[in-house]
Design a protein around this ligand. Structure first.
Ligand code: NAP
Ligand code: G4F
Length: 343
């Protein structure tokens, strides 16, 4: 089996590729040229699988439709997983045009290339719980209404509906995975969970003094990315294409996540955490809570990692990284960068 994974350098790209390679797939990944290396997450996979020709990487971009078409024709994959996106909601307010171009035109380019291929290719679209725009504690499922609240969310709605249109119009095996927030030690450092766990490790090791956040009262349904990529694969193996929600069915506030993360290293969060308006969004998704009973019934999928285990996994990993960072700083080999990123 051959899979093409867009967004392979991201959090989910790493976990999904690892899963597919372990299942014996040949994995082809699309990477972007950048002035510094952007393949750190997948480096362990590259060293293990590239020499065996099981993992192949290609420079491209979702906005370069001619290269996308050429790659589909060259690789002739059995399955395409479209994970590429400008995936940061706050950044989507700053860069609405770019976020929308990648999230809409980029997705159509890929759908067109798949549709026009002589091979029958299955297509997975990374849809998002952000599309619901959750304002209260309602349980959200595949039938719930979308009320997007950001440029990111509306482009995900567009791609979601377009994927359905291709499925219905051209008899394509095209699925949408509506995934609620999922995190891991490989989560991008400017998403709130990782921003918190990284700060906890650095504060414990004495290389950071405070953590500045935005809205502490937002609620999210947080699961572990490693569990969610199994759900993506199961969707692609189902006999009929459809749309499925993946979620834990539990919602927790940013404040609760933060408090628990500090407690793991015996720190009192109130001594270190402050808030600043600059981390608040022009339009906030207040509450997300997912109902993944369709995935449980049809795919036999359910999350395996608890909220507490997820936080421990992330804090422990970030504490180990902070220890290494401290060693390098003490030897004068690394300049201590301060506090937070600007987003
Ligand atoms: P991520 O870590 O931000 O990774 C995004 C990936 O997309 C990176 O590999 C990035 O490449 C790539 N990318 C960005 N713009 C691109 C472009 N123009 N052309 C080609 N590649 C591009 O995101 P993630 O957390 O793994 O999420 C994967 C997908 O699931 C995204 O579509 C996201 O919107 C969606 N999603 C995520 C969650 C979640 O909680 N994680 C929930 C629901 C849906 P670089 O490394 O070069 O930047
Ligand atoms: O971690 P976040 O940035 O994730 P958000 O906005 O929920 O989006 C993530 O999950 C979506 C699925 O629902 C994905 F589609 C999307 O690609 C991404 O992976 O923010 C979570 C909450 C928000 O309410 C935000 O306002 O945390 C709040 N928050 C509070 N302080 C903060 C901060 N978020 C960030 N990034 N940084 C802060 O300092």
């Amino acid at each position: 089996m051959k899979a093409l994974v867009t967004g392979i350098t991201g959090q989910d790209g790493y976990y999904l590729s690892k899963l597919l390679l372990e299942k014996g797939y040949e994995v082809h990944g699309l990477i972007r040229r950048s002035s510094s290396f952007n393949t750190s997450r997948i480096e362990p996979l590259m060293s293990k699988y590239e020499s065996e020709n099981k993992l192949k990487l290609y420079y491209s971009d979702l906005l370069d439709s001619s290269s996308i078409t050429s790659l589909i024709n060259l690789i002739e994959p059995d399955e395409v997983y479209n994970l590429a996106a400008q995936s940061h909601v706050a950044v989507s307010f700053k860069n609405p045009l770019y976020t929308s171009q990648v999230g809409t035109i980029g997705v159509i380019s890929l759908l067109e290339a798949v549709k026009n291929s002589s091979k029958n290719i299955k297509f997975y679209q990374a849809s998002s719980s952000e599309m619901y725009g959750g304002k209260d504690d309602s349980l959200l499922n595949e039938e719930s209404q979308f009320t997007p609240k950001s440029p990111y969310a509306i482009s995900k709605v567009f791609a979601h509906e377009m994927t359905k249109i291709y499925r219905e119009s051209y008899d394509m095996f095209a699925v949408n995975g509506i995934l609620f927030n999922h995190e891991s030690p490989h989560r991008g450092e400017t998403f709130v969970t990782r921003k918190v766990t990284k700060a906890v490790g650095r504060i414990k090791q004495g290389i950071q003094t405070k953590l500045t956040l935005g809205n502490l009262d937002a609620f999210r349904d947080w699961g572990f990315a490693g569990d969610y990529v199994e759900g993506m694969w199961l969707m692609m193996q189902h006999k009929e294409p459809s749309d499925w929600v993946l979620a834990t069915g539990e919602s927790h506030s940013v404040k609760e996540f933060t408090k628990k993360a500090f407690e793991i290293l015996d720190l009192d969060w109130k001594a270190y955490v402050e808030t600043d308006e600059k981390y608040k969004r022009p339009n906030e998704v207040k509450h997300l809570l997912g109902d993944s009973s369709k995935a449980k019934k049809e795919l036999n999928w359910e999350p395996k990692t608890s909220f507490e285990d997820l936080i421990s996994m992330m804090v422990e990993s970030d504490n180990e990284q902070a220890k290494q960072e401290k060693l390098l700083i003490d030897k004068g080999l690394l300049y201590p960068t301060w506090e937070n990123s600007s987003i």
